[in-house]
Design a protein around this ligand. Structure first.
Ligand code: CP
Ligand code: NVA
Length: 310
């Protein structure tokens, strides 16, 4: 049966760790000479803007010897009303995987239903699992392991937060989320995370208080207050988030002395994060962004070759 990657559900901790280890290996030793994706094509569809995800996927596919087929929604029949599910159905006859960034997560579920090749979530309103993979790789590189590490997420309980919760709960990292009451992560994500945590031995804490969340944290993570597609809510959101949920040097000083700062990017300096934090010594955002290339290469290889050769 074809396996999709819409979120971390359906994957074991062992599988995700294998993908991360493969990515670390690519980074350290370079990409295989035998071009394992030679003869394979991957379609890239973006309903929303992207810099990192688009380029890292395209380069990862090239490094593995495959071919990417970048598609602009405005030039496809989707722009004239053809459902993405029909598009996926047709495309799966030509390509070996479809990477898609969509407005609504349901679009991905529909695509997955009709596609005979893997659908990879390149960000939806609910999840950003490819980001989660690179985040876990970065934590493993910098902290030596993921198990037992404490991650504090400050801000909007959004797509990036949901994937971070899933990844931490699957791989055994403790996570503490500080969000305003009305912007806490969704209940179904929390319920599922708690189930996974019973297996991995990790824990989740939800609070409205950023100072409480960062206590003893090894990692302090934030994302924008206004995600793509929420531009009309900007004023309302800023009133709720700003300045209480901004990651400042003062907030960082309440975490462990060797705590690192992470952000999926793009960032808004002096909105969700102080410029001196994101541009400071504790910030690992460039390593985190760089790791997108390696985790996406590893994910593609895992899904397209069933991890057999690695
Ligand atoms: N973090 C991330 O997904 O960045 P892009 O929106 O630039 O792809
Ligand atoms: N939460 C952000 C993440 C961007 C990578 C958004 O959805 O716009």
């Amino acid at each position: 049966m074809v396996r999709h990657f819409l979120d971390f559900e359906g994957y074991t901790a062992e599988e995700i760790l294998r993908i991360i280890d493969m990515a670390i290996n690519f980074k350290k030793k370079g990409y295989p000479d035998n071009k394992p994706l030679s003869g394979k094509s991957v379609a890239l569809i973006f309903e929303k803007p992207s810099t990192r995800t688009r380029v890292s996927f395209q380069v990862a596919i090239a490094r593995l010897g495959g071919e990417s087929v970048p598609l602009s929604v405005s030039e496809m029949q989707v722009s004239r009303g053809e459902p993405l599910s029909d598009t996926a159905h047709a495309l799966s006859a030509y390509v070996d995987a479809i990477v898609a960034r969509v407005c609504k997560h349901e679009t991905l579920s529909e695509m997955a239903r009709y596609s005979s090749v893997p659908i990879i979530n390149a960000l939806s309103d609910r999840f950003h699992p490819c980001q989660g993979l690179a985040d876990m790789m970065t934590i493993k590189e910098l902290k030596g392991s993921i198990q037992g590490v404490k991650v504090a997420y400050i801000g909007d309980g959004n797509n990036v937060c949901n994937s971070l919760i899933q990844a931490c709960s699957l791989l055994g990292a403790r996570i503490s989320v500080a969000s305003p009451k009305e912007y806490q992560p969704p209940k179904n994500v929390i319920t599922q995370a708690k189930e996974w945590m019973r297996m991995s031995g990790s824990s989740i804490e939800l609070t409205e208080n950023p100072e409480e969340a960062v206590r003893d944290a090894d990692v302090v993570y934030t994302d924008v207050f206004v995600s793509m597609g929420q531009e009309e809510e900007r004023e309302k959101r800023l009133k709720v988030f700003y300045p209480r949920y901004k990651v400042t040097e003062k907030l960082m000083s309440l975490a462990k002395p060797d705590a690192i700062f992470m952000h999926c990017l793009p960032a808004h300096r002096e909105e969700e994060v102080e410029a001196s934090v994101i541009d400071g010594k504790k910030s690992m955002v460039w390593q985190q962004a760089a790791n997108r290339l390696h985790t996406e290469a590893a994910l593609l290889l895992y899904l397209l070759q069933d991890g057999r050769k690695f």
